[in-house]
Design a protein around this ligand. Structure first.
Ligand code: ATP
Length: 284
């Protein structure tokens, strides 16, 4: 019901009539929705290519948590405006509910990193540019009091060959209280191999735990999309991290960049660099 939609500051970005969006090819599916390529016809007749995420609906309607996560993602994205954050154009209040988003025509960075020959690997200079764009977008999210909690190359989309956008705001939470942390209320799926030790042990997330995930994302980029801690059972990952084990330096990653990743993986959150500091270091 529209009456139950979260009302973000500034109100709804754009309510799009159901008939104005035409869905095409399936781009992929996630935990609580499917994403299609689409075409949005504006009132002036112009058409805009978009991505349409539809809430998955079971035979008895959407599950409570899925609807909650979907609406949370909408209300978070509505208030964001940054060149490296995926833009939400608006919402279709139809059956099912649909989010109309900017289309990233080149798909996810993870898919590009793992593409097989004859697709050439991405040059190191481009990976460094992506890291700068990512640090800038994450500094922006932190300045809005948000923690992403699912930073990984699968959630970075390529809007053009040299532009990435942070996407997938389903796990985003506001940083509460004076300690700038979000503590999980109960068991929910989390991406183990990307998580900081304090997230795995205490369910605690903060900008510093996003910085840890940035380090793992950097590692993925230079490992051509390999899975971090592949073959290590999830329950052993925390033990390894607390024993000070770290992901190894990928051969194409310079020592300087790897030492940056190691700083992101400092055991104590306060010892990790901030995103704005990282942005400056990467610029240098
Ligand atoms: P989850 O939501 O469960 O964390 P996810 O990131 O796989 O998982 P979605 O955000 O629903 O799920 O995206 C599903 C797929 O659609 C992804 O593979 C993603 O690459 C693709 N996709 C999502 N948004 C866009 C977009 N704006 N442009 C192009 N492709 C997109």
């Amino acid at each position: 019901s529209p009456a139950h939609l979260p009302e973000p500051e500034g109100g709804l970005k754009c309510l799009i009539p159901e008939g104005a969006v035409c869905r095409g090819e399936l781009l992929g599916s996630g935990c609580f929705g499917v994403v299609h390529r689409g075409l949005w016809t504006l009132p002036n007749g112009k058409t805009v290519p978009v991505a349409v995420k539809s809430l998955r609906v079971g035979p008895e309607g959407p599950m409570g948590t899925e609807l909650g996560d979907f609406l949370r993602e909408v209300s978070v994205m509505m208030n964001l405006e940054h060149p490296h954050v995926l833009r939400l154009h608006g919402l279709v209040l139809g059956q099912p509910l649909q989010m109309v988003m900017e289309l990233a025509p080149l798909g996810s960075l993870h898919a590009r990193l793992t593409a097989s020959a004859p697709t050439p690997p991405l040059p190191v200079s481009l990976l460094c540019l992506f890291l700068r764009q990512l640090a800038g977008a994450m500094a922006y999210l932190g300045s809005r009091g948000l923690v992403h909690r699912d930073l990984a190359t699968r959630n970075l989309l390529l809007a053009s060959p040299r532009t990435i956008k942070v996407a997938d705001f389903g796990l985003v939470r506001p940083l509460g209280g004076t300690r700038g942390r979000y503590v999980m209320g109960g068991p929910r799926p989390i991406p183990y191999a990307w998580c900081a030790p304090e997230s795995l042990r205490h369910g605690a997330f903060s900008s510093a735990s996003d910085v840890w995930m940035f380090g793992v994302t950097l590692w993925e980029m230079f490992s051509r999309g390999e899975e971090p801690w592949a073959g290590v059972p999830p329950y052993l990952i925390l033990q390894r991290l607390e024993d000070r084990a770290r992901l190894p330096r990928p051969p194409v990653c310079s020592r300087a960049l790897y030492s940056l990743a190691l700083r992101c993986w400092a055991p104590h959150p306060a010892d990790r660099p901030s995103f704005s500091h990282l942005e400056g270091l990467l610029q240098e």
